[in-house]
Design a binder for this molecule. Structure first.
Ligand code: GCO
Ligand code: MG
Length: 403
């Protein structure tokens, strides 16, 4: 058995902050796990260093499920993004180690490939409808089969999902939170126009997605869903905050637009009602924020019973380690739906050399043993942590709203 002899947390900022856990075994095998929680990176780094790493030393790295249960039940204080991200990092690193010891890519340990590749969606955004559609066309030329559309809202100075630097969207942009302003009525007018223009320009052979980012009430989301139905959206994401899972019943009563939610979920309990009552079509929980491959498989297995498919979060604040883990999961899970893919910057890619690849709108994790991703520590050391917060959002009268 490979015995864990050391584990350390590496914080680096190659263009943005990433927290990585590296576990080392007595036979020299190492494994990596992503522990990045955007805007709260050092909370997870400290949780790992102070409360998790000391409990790992001396354990059998092959006992992935037992270590998961130990860290979850053993903490007494269950769930929460910080704890579950820390557990996820350990879990990813242990799957990486198991794969390396077995000489197999992780997806083989998870039951093998269920498909030839993983369909991903890219982000097209622009300040105007025309600009967004033009960027979407570019994605189509690159072979993407699915594209998320976000555009600026006329009369608003900034909008969620609209990047300053089109190709690498980075919302955590300031040393203290930026304040954005939001108008639901202005937003609700522009999105149907965006979808109409996109269908006109791109045709019907491409999937079109949209992220509402928790900003509507359920009834407003029902209205938007109805308005978008003629343009056949692939999904509407995070239509309303999901702390109250029953809120989605109201949306469902008013629209047949497929619904996706869950990028901020960290356990199966966040999604239980949504899945069991078939209130959603896609569950977006992700390896890094929902307890690792071990826990995400449990969520996917529950979802499979109710014809809910997976649609893992894959923004740039999830490191290439999480991306690799997601692709192994996606390839092997029977009820896979789609995977989000926002490219990392060249600096990030250099710090995290990886075996995964993109071709014709599909991705593959590669066949390197383990996760097929590593951290170049010599390079990582050159990029110091830089505090960066996500923005906050206010209505035009100053009321604090969901960002
Ligand atoms: C998405 C997400 C991201 C989040 C980001 C927060 O669908 O990709 O909504 O853009 O805002 O991950 O850190
Ligand atoms: Mg989202």
């Amino acid at each position: 058995m490979p015995k864990i002899v050391a584990a350390r947390v590496i914080v680096t900022c190659p263009g943005r902050n990433f927290v990585t856990l590296k576990i080392e075994c007595d036979d020299g095998t190492t494994g990596v796990g992503d522990a990045t929680l955007n805007g709260r990176e050092l909370a997870v780094a400290t949780y790992l260093t102070e409360h998790v790493v000391p409990c790992l030393i001396g354990r059998d790295a092959h006992r992935i499920e037992d270590i998961w249960q130990y860290l979850y039940k053993g903490a007494y204080w269950r769930r929460g993004p910080v704890t579950m991200t820390a557990i996820a990092a350990v879990d990813m690193a242990l799957w990486d180690i198991k794969g390396k010891v077995a000489g197999l890519p992780v997806y083989q340990l998870l039951g093998g490939a269920c498909r030839e590749g993983v369909m991903v969606y890219g982000h097209a955004n622009g300040t105007t409808i025309e600009e967004t559609v033009e960027v979407a066309r570019e994605y189509q030329r690159q072979g993407y089969k699915a594209i998320r559309l976000q555009c600026g809202v006329p009369g608003m100075t900034s909008s969620y999902g609209v990047s300053k630097d089109r190709y690498f969207y980075e919302p955590a942009d300031a040393d203290l939170p930026t304040e954005n302003v939001w108008s639901t009525s202005k937003y609700l007018r522009v999105v149907p126009e965006l979808f109409a223009a996109a269908r006109e320009a791109l045709g019907w052979d491409v999937h079109l997605l949209h992220d509402i980012h928790h900003r509507l009430t359920p009834i407003e989301a029902g209205r938007l869903g109805r308005d978008l139905e003629p343009w056949r959206p692939f999904w509407l994401e995070d239509a309303t905050p999901a702390e109250n899972q029953a809120a989605f019943r109201l949306i469902r009563q008013h629209t047949t637009a497929p619904l996706a939610v869950g990028e901020i979920f960290n356990s199966i309990w966040d999604a239980k009602t949504l899945i069991e009552e078939q209130l959603i079509d896609y569950i977006r929980a992700t390896v890094v924020h929902a307890g690792g491959i071990t826990h995400l498989r449990r969520i996917a297995a529950l979802a499979d019973l109710y014809q809910v498919r997976t649609g893992c979060h894959g923004a740039t604040d999830l490191s290439p380690v999480a991306m690799a883990a997601a692709l192994h999961f996606d390839l092997s899970v029977p009820n896979f739906g789609i995977q989000e893919y926002m490219r990392h910057t060249p600096e990030t890619d250099a710090v995290f050399p990886h075996a995964y690849s993109f071709e014709g709108g599909m991705m593959h994790p590669g066949d390197a043993p383990g996760l097929g991703v590593d951290i170049d520590e010599a390079l990582a050391v050159g990029y110091d942590y830089k505090r960066a917060f996500l923005p906050v959002n206010r209505l035009e009268d100053g009321t604090l709203w969901s960002w």
